[in-house]
Design a protein around this ligand. Sequence first.
Ligand SMILES: Cc1ncc(COP(=O)(O)O)c(C=O)c1O
Length: 446
Amino acid sequence: MTHIMHRLLNTPYPVAVAGDGPYLIDAQGKRYIDSASGAGVSCLGHSAHKISEAIAHQSKKLAYVYNAYFTTEALETFADKLVAMTPPGLDWVFPGSGGSESMDGALKLALQYHNERGEPQRRRFISRRQSYHGCAIGGLAISGNQIRRMLFEQFLPESHFVSPCYEYRDRSVDETPEAYGARLAQELNAQIEELGPDTVAAFVAETVVGATAGCVPPVPGYFKAIAEVCRKHGVLLILDEILSGCGRTGTYLSCEQDGVVPDIAVVAKGLGAGYQPISAILVSNGVVDTIARGRGFFFHGHTYNGHATAAAAATAVIDTVRSENLLENVQAMGVRLREALRDRLGQHPHVGDIRGRGLLIGVELVADRETKTPFSAETMLWNTLQKTAFARGLICYPGFGTADGVNGDHVLLAPPFIINETHVAEIVDKLAPSIDEAIAAVRKAA
Ligand SMILES: Cc1ncc(COP(=O)(O)O)c(C=O)c1O
């Protein structure tokens, strides 16, 4: 009996009662290794007591003030530390409480920026197919994720989509990765020119595509070429680092590895590591200056923006990432996990691709390796895989629609930054038989 309207209304949920490093423990005492950090959130694991102490300390001192009237030491310290972690040029922080909220804020910021510059007609957004930018209306409108849009399509404002950067499926055999990236930048250029450059506000992309297509990193040079196209047309570049940011890929922002600094970036999940709900829009000096010289205030804000307790938690998370050298551990364990997956699954007849960056890793499952034919949507392989993994005490994040928005399956792995080699081995030892069992089960049911 529950009064909670859970996501699945007809399915009982196990009750999680405790955490221990990368493990979750349920009410029956069963231990699960959390190789997804929930949904890419719990980057310090489930028992980082320093963060809990920082929260307790701040909430006893001062839990909340209304952001229209006050700032707090906790909030200012958080912003200073966050800016120190990010590339020069992104020197401003607009705090929020979750990814979707901040993504919608980022879109409104782009619209206001152009308005202040005397170009209010720049109101179009271009993003990519096979993408996800949040479940609020703005973020959903620019999300290519067909399934998540489906029921709300008629209510979503106009958006425009170009191809994702999806090397495994879309790079031709006679094309280098660089040439493929350049081709995609040309496609964006053509789309902007077709719409009319002076009508386009921003291009939005996940630096590493997350749950929609299963951790797809960009090819070398892709974002540099994209940034160049945006700059040429006065179109802002907004990077969604809600999942890929905050150290998940081994650098604080993932775009550092692509050599680009966007005009606006959004971070969320790893920012509070699950100890508090917190997100941030990171904003370039150029955008902030324009608004400061224009109306002087951002026409946007939520009651909980800048929450002092959440800010104290995020500061403690950043301090921990730094003091425990966790970016280095993400790099090292990311390599180990990808190697271990390739050793174990690299020749598997139903594993098409193992990819990712740092500890954001995707394993794409296919019915046929040679032709890359996906399992059809009806098999719901991803769903069975979640169950076979859970039964073995493995939390992973399987997804669907990988290949074309409808068909295809993948497993997303995003373990906590604190994992070691023993945890890597345990994840792979549990994942491999879970995949075999799930495939056997859907085959039998077909
Ligand atoms: C890339 C990306 N953007 C946006 C969101 C939405 O964030 P939230 O669920 O915190 O609203 C997510 C969440 O999964 C995400 O992965």
